[in-house]
Design a protein around this ligand. Structure first.
Ligand SMILES: Cc1ncc(COP(=O)(O)O)c(C=O)c1O
Length: 390
């Protein structure tokens, strides 16, 4: 038999998506893979139903249907404070997952290096390998997940082609401050690197923290490749609608990569999603209120269970310190937690380059009653841990 490619041998199957299967096996409350258990906005569901009758049902323009790009450019210009031209600054993709791959293939030649902060969203590891690049990891050290400016400079000295910036951050919940972003910007300029931003949680930033768009920093638009999506903002992770925003010269290349990867995002879903892109500011305020309440419910469940964690500043994840139970077997711990306590989490080691085995990640994009039920189960964690284990 012929062998499959070497590049597929050097990364593993997604641990996050495997934990969803573990959760299903044990009928656990699934706080591993980050997707909501509540419905998207009703206006959006109605628009989808209408689109089923009216279409379009054939390919859209490969880099995005014109009405979708117009609505997206208007919405993002408003939030980013940067004027965006729907015909020159955007590529619509199949989720930000494709957008990140497009960004990597657009920015990097095989053999280039890319700075990745660790812990990182696990897709970046595979994205870097698939694009033939080499990661340079820079630690964000728990519990506050700050970077050391000296370590970052040393990484830039290695001549990376790009830095991947996940802000707000999955898994840490960190929201980079303007000062931190300006420090990254200064290094990107000095060492002439792209900054590829993943901003899928741009609208989920808890007070008093604020989201600063890297592309909007002085002089940064031309070297930023902004990746984001509609998945989290409108609770439609299954619609697979994402995008790249960048300067026209970058977009010209990105369109070609996207065209040959997927041809385009689903035309009827782009049509229906125009409704969401036209939502007014109150939608985003309500979204944030809802997530702030979810965060409060879940964190108070963790408090009641006596678990230590870093309170997230943004996104919908929380890293919990389980060093009192294990320091090096977070994978075994998460399997036990799903089976014996009935709550599924992701082992923190799947996000870290460094050997970190005492953290696990929960997500709280769930109904408040689901989160309260998870809190109740977690209260039993210690008793279950003390009882004899198989
Ligand atoms: C940081 C981050 N980026 C990207 C994605 C994937 O998003 P999409 O549905 O847009 O592909 C996720 C999903 O969990 C994520 O957490």
């Amino acid at each position: 038999m012929p062998q499959t490619s070497e590049r597929t041998a050097v990364f593993t199957e997604s641990v996050i998506r495997r934990m969803t299967r573990v959760a299903n096996r044990y009928d656990a409350i699934n706080l591993s893979q980050g997707f909501p258990d509540f419905e998207p906005p009703s206006a959006l569901v109605a628009a989808l139903a209408e689109t089923a009758g009216t279409g379009p049902h054939q390919y859209a323009v490969t880099w995005g249907a014109p009405n979708f790009r117009e609505a997206l450019a208007a919405k993002q210009s408003r939030f980013m404070g940067v004027p965006l031209d729907p015909d020159r600054h955007l590529v619509v993709t199949c989720g930000s997952t494709e957008a990140m791959m497009v960004a990597m293939l657009t920015a990097c030649n095989p053999g280039d290096s890319v700075i990745v902060f660790s812990p990182f969203y696990e897709n970046y590891g595979a994205d870097v390998i698939l694009s033939g690049a080499r990661p340079i990891y820079v630690p964000l050290r728990p519990p506050d997940f700050a970077f050391d400016p000296g370590e970052l400079r040393a990484a830039f000295r290695q001549g990376p082609k790009a830095l991947i910036l996940c802000n707000p951050s999955n898994p840490s919940g960190k929201v980079f401050t303007r000062e931190e972003l300006l420090a990254i910007a200064a290094l990107a300029e000095e060492f002439d690197a792209f900054v590829i931003t993943d901003e899928v949680y741009e609208h989920i930033v808890y007070a008093p923290h604020r989201h600063v768009y890297f592309a909007a920093l002085p002089g940064m638009f031309d070297r930023t490749i902004c990746v984001s999506s509609l998945s989290k903002t409108y609770s439609i992770t299954g619609w697979r609608l994402g995008y790249v925003i960048a300067a026209p010269a970058i977009i010209d290349s990105a369109r070609k990569v996207h065209d040959f990867l997927t041809v385009g995002a689903a035309a009827p879903l782009q049509e229906a999603a125009v409704t969401a892109l036209k939502f007014q500011d109150d939608y985003y305020a309500q979204l944030l209120d809802a997530y702030t309440r979810k965060r409060d419910v879940f964190l108070s469940g963790l408090d009641d269970a006596g678990l230590r964690y870093t309170a997230p500043q943004g996104a919908y994840y929380v890293m919990v310190d389980v060093s009192e139970f294990t320091r090096d077997d977070d994978v075994g711990f998460c399997e036990w937690l799903a089976r014996d306590v009935g709550v599924a989490a992701v082992p923190g080691s799947s996000f870290f380059h460094e050997p970190v085995g005492h953290l696990i990640r929960f997500h709280f994009a769930k109904r408040e009653e689901t989160l309260a039920a998870a809190g109740e189960r977690l209260k039993r964690l210690r008793d279950r841990w003390r009882s004899p284990r198989m």
